[in-house]
Design a protein around this ligand. Structure first.
Ligand code: ATP
Ligand code: MG
Length: 256
């Protein structure tokens, strides 16, 4: 049973822009899937549909065999817990008035019945939980009391990742999560995502306009152009002759 299944999904915005046209793919448990494509190819639209932030009329999305967006309220809650998101813009993702420790614990406070596997058995104070999360993303414990404007872009993105994985989602969706970071920080964030994926056994859907980043992280790569999925392959087949001409052009432009 696939974790996420997208079948013949299309989306036309009210201005008649066909942002997605018959997109189909699936994500299995523990897979890291990358979607790459130029600006305007429909990547964020796809993310919004998967997260239930935009409606669609054609096609079907199922998560754990359940239709997205779910019909019953109880199912919406489970789905919210199981798909978490990391965005490009860390400034709007973190409340500037809240110390990092408080921002970090928002999801855990919404799902108080959830017991994290990354905490030792027993009771924990909020500070202990926040410190453990910071440790998992390679940040120092003293960050608990700091405010977002006292952190670098890379540190803020680590906080956003810690917050997203705090309730151990089955699927982590990252939309251009490393796009604003300089290359050395990008590489370290990708390493962090790989480690967290292994330790927490989650799946990752990683969206980027940069094929270099996607090939660095992902096992399976989907290529989008003008709302269509034009290529779909395992990383080991990156240089196979049957790659779509657009994939080849992206590789050439990135000098890969
Ligand atoms: N809310 C909206 N209303 C109308 N058109 C939209 C809306 N959101 C996106 N679009 C259009 O849909 C198309 C796909 O946009 P989308 O944001 O999904 O692209 P993207 O691949 O994420 O691009 P980028 O790499 O720049 O983030 C574009 O032509 C865009 O102008
Ligand atoms: Mg986008």
């Amino acid at each position: 049973m696939s974790l996420l299944k997208v079948e013949q999904l299309s989306k036309v915005y009210t201005n008649n822009i066909a942002a997605l046209q018959g997109v189909s793919f699936q994500i299995e448990r523990g897979e890291i899937v990358g979607i790459v494509g130029e600006s305007g190819s429909g990547k964020s639209t796809l993310t919004k549909l998967i997260l239930g932030l935009e409606s669609y009329k054609q096609g079907c999305i199922t998560f754990n065999e359940q239709q997205i967006p779910p019909k019953k309220r109880a199912d919406v809650r489970a789905y919210r817990k199981n798909i978490q998101m990391v965005f490009q813009d860390t400034n709007s993702a973190l409340n500037p008035k809240l110390p990092i420790g408080k921002s970090l614990l928002e999801p855990l406070n919404n799902f108080t019945d959830f017991t994290p596997s990354y905490l030792p058995p027993g009771k924990h104070t909020n500070r202990e939980k926040a410190e453990r999360l910071l440790e998992m993303v390679g940040l120092e414990k003293v960050m608990v009391d700091r405010y977002p404007d006292e952190l670098s872009g890379g540190q803020k993105q680590r906080v956003c990742i810690a917050r997203a994985i705090s309730i151990e989602p089955a699927l982590l969706v990252c939309d251009e999560a490393t796009a604003s970071l300089d290359v050395s920080v990008q590489v370290r964030i990708l390493e962090l995502l790989k480690t967290l994926q292994r330790n927490l056994q989650m799946s990752i859907l990683f969206i980027s306009h940069d094929i270099r980043t996607v090939t660095n992280l992902c096992d399976i790569i989907l290529v989008m152009k003008n709302g269509c999925l034009v290529d779909h392959f395992q990383l080991s087949d990156l240089y196979a002759p049957e790659r779509h001409s657009y994939t080849k052009a992206l590789l050439q432009a990135a000098m890969l």
